[in-house]
Design a protein around this ligand. Structure first.
Ligand SMILES: [Fe+2]
Ligand SMILES: [Fe+2]
Length: 307
């Protein structure tokens, strides 16, 4: 228990050290630069689409970046519910754990504000209101209907996935000359998410120590959450295609539509699901919870394009 206290205390200290304000990263008068790629093509998968011109691929890069920011805002909705619940369990219990978990919750609310501000600025500059999913509360409730251990493992996946995106495709990526504004925003998100991923693991360990029998069901539910996430990603992808048609001013033929859809589904699934499952830190954390849990993750991997 003492060791755990030190871990939570260290999360608080790291969180205090790296903390930032939304206004510093994204002042309200910020103008978004649409002359270059915002996210790496490794996360967008536009370059390989044969039926799009270079200009159209750039438009797709921008639309997908906006959806990426929106999906974080969207998914952070359940994290706020999850961490409010975990912090509440420590009321009159362990104040260090509770404080760390409350900071976690506050940071996710701040991230939601950051991403909401970004998508509003994006819509202003893009001269077109991109179509975005709006069922975030319904999705958060569906996620929260699963067992706490399942949601903690799913969240560990999501938070380590964002880490992987930053480290693999943004940090030190000089080749693509990405938009520095969004790269900086994701850098600061990454700095706070590092503590979140540590706490997801600590909380999962806590649940597992009390209920070792919960693991089996949790891994089944984790797989169900990934299936549901895939459905949400495809729903956003269909909205992206509508926005893309408006932005480029032409209607795609059935053949073009199916080429773009297939490439984008592959990209969405790899970016949000495959990259998380393959993240070395996710696999080692899951293994530390239980080797059986790691086996379950590895068995699911081929479904999401990871070998
Ligand atoms: Fe976040
Ligand atoms: Fe987070």
């Amino acid at each position: 228990m003492l060791n755990q206290d030190a871990e939570y205390q260290s999360c608080i200290q790291s969180s205090e050290r790296v903390s930032w304000r939304v206004d510093d990263l994204l002042p309200k008068n910020t103008v978004i630069d649409f002359s270059r790629r915002i996210l790496s093509d490794a996360l967008i998968g536009a370059e390989g689409i044969r039926c799009l011109s270079a200009d159209e691929k750039l438009k797709l890069n921008h639309i997908r970046t906006n959806s990426y920011a929106h999906l974080f805002l969207f998914l952070e909705e359940y994290v706020v519910a999850l961490m409010t619940q975990r912090a509440g369990l420590e009321l009159h219990g362990n104040p260090v754990h509770m404080r760390a978990l409350l900071r976690f919750t506050e940071e996710e609310l701040k991230h939601q504000q950051l991403f909401a501000r970004y998508t509003a600025l994006f819509a202003d500059g893009f001269k077109l209101q991109p179509a975005l999913l709006d069922n975030h509360v319904q999705v958060a409730r569906a996620i929260m209907s699963k067992s706490p251990l399942a949601v903690l493992i799913f969240n560990l996946h999501m938070e380590l996935m964002t880490q992987q995106h930053y480290v693999e495709t943004i940090r030190g990526n000089d080749e693509e000359a990405l938009d520095p504004l969004f790269s900086n925003l994701l850098k600061h998100h990454w700095m706070e998410e590092a503590q979140h991923a540590r706490m997801d693991f600590l909380e999962a360990q806590k649940v597992l120590a009390q209920h070792p029998e919960a693991l089996e069901q949790a891994m089944t539910e984790y797989a169900e959450l990934l299936t549901a996430l895939r459905g949400t990603l495809v729903a956003q992808l269909e909205l992206d295609l509508q926005t893309l048609e408006k932005a480029v001013g032409r209607t795609f033929s059935a053949q073009e539509r199916s080429e773009i859809h297939a490439a984008q589904e592959r990209s969405y699934v790899w970016t949000f699901i495959g990259m998380g499952m393959k993240a070395p830190l996710f696999l080692s954390r899951v293994r530390a919870l239980s080797p059986v849990a790691e086996q379950r993750v590895l068995a699911l991997a081929p479904t999401y394009y990871c070998q």
